[in-house]
Design a protein around this ligand. Structure first.
Ligand SMILES: [Ca+2]
Ligand SMILES: [Ca+2]
Length: 273
């Protein structure tokens, strides 16, 4: 927030001045003018693709942003590939375009597919698709263990409850160390130490299920995990599509768990929160 050094003393000096003197003082120090009101759009949040504008009644409202009003990319890393297989200069441009298509089928289907310009992504063979959850499960477990280790240096990554859950995995001597393990080892470890994998799968779901927190993941809730992975792991898109077993465009908690081989009895969503 703007801080006017010396304003307080100035304002106290205004007391006792005649109107002309006050006007002169205010012209010298415009930031103490009583008309200096905060912009109502300043703290008014709009979803991606929209921007705040004042309507005819002088109230802040969210309207579609013009793609041409988006700041242009500074480097190639800002390009994104849409699910329409078109490269957009920035994610702002993609979401502004999507907003402009609101109410149409094309707009409904347009999502951010992955970061970077569109490129040819190899098709995912069934054999690799089977390996995907194995590697991802192991990775999720390692992410949590890393957060746990960080926690000792700079707390705030995990809640006390989460820390207790991860501590159990961290302290287990049987825990498979992070590394580039062959899929056979990952499979064996999953069977042997199944319990260690339940929490990381639950935890990742809860991390993403925030807008809203309804035990279903929408395309945009999955995006933070999916988007950076797609250009690196060519089975990502197919994997998440298959996760949505009933094809309602949402990945439910049960669908998510079964994608990662979590047993029915360990799919209690009440464990999440
Ligand atoms: Ca949700
Ligand atoms: Ca579904």
């Amino acid at each position: 927030m703007f801080k006017c050094v010396g304003c307080a003393s100035l304002q106290s000096r205004l007391v006792g001045m005649n109107p002309v003197q006050i006007r002169a003082a205010m012209e010298l120090y415009p930031d103490i003018r009583p008309t200096h009101r905060p912009n109502p759009c300043e703290n008014f949040r709009c979803k991606r693709g929209k921007t705040c504008k004042m309507n005819d009644e002088n109230k802040p409202v969210c309207v579609c942003q013009e793609p041409s009003e988006c700041p242009t990319s500074v480097n190639d890393f800002e390009h994104v590939c849409g699910t329409d297989n078109k490269t957009y200069d920035t994610s702002c441009q993609l979401f502004a375009t999507k907003c402009g298509l609101e109410g149409t089928k094309i707009g409904h289907r347009l999502h951010l597919d992955y970061t970077g310009s569109c490129k040819f992504i190899l098709p995912c063979p069934e054999s690799e698709l089977v390996q995907f959850p194995l590697r991802m499960r192991d990775w999720l477990k390692n992410v949590l263990l890393q957060l746990y280790e960080h926690e000792s240096m700079s707390p705030g990554f995990l809640t006390a409850k989460q820390s207790i859950r991860v501590q159990k995995i961290f302290e287990s001597e049987r825990c498979l160390h992070a590394g580039d393990h062959p899929v056979e080892i990952l499979q064996q470890d999953f069977e042997k130490n199944y319990n260690m994998y339940i929490y990381p799968v639950h935890w990742q779901f809860a991390q993403m299920d925030q807008h809203p927190s309804d035990k279903f993941l929408s395309h945009s809730e999955l995006a933070p995990l999916r988007v950076p992975l797609v250009p690196m792991e060519h089975c990502t898109s197919v994997f998440f599509q298959k996760c949505d077993a009933d094809k309602d465009k949402l990945v439910s908690f049960k669908e998510w768990c079964s994608c990662f081989g979590i047993k029915e009895e360990d799919m209690d969503a009440n464990l999440l929160f």
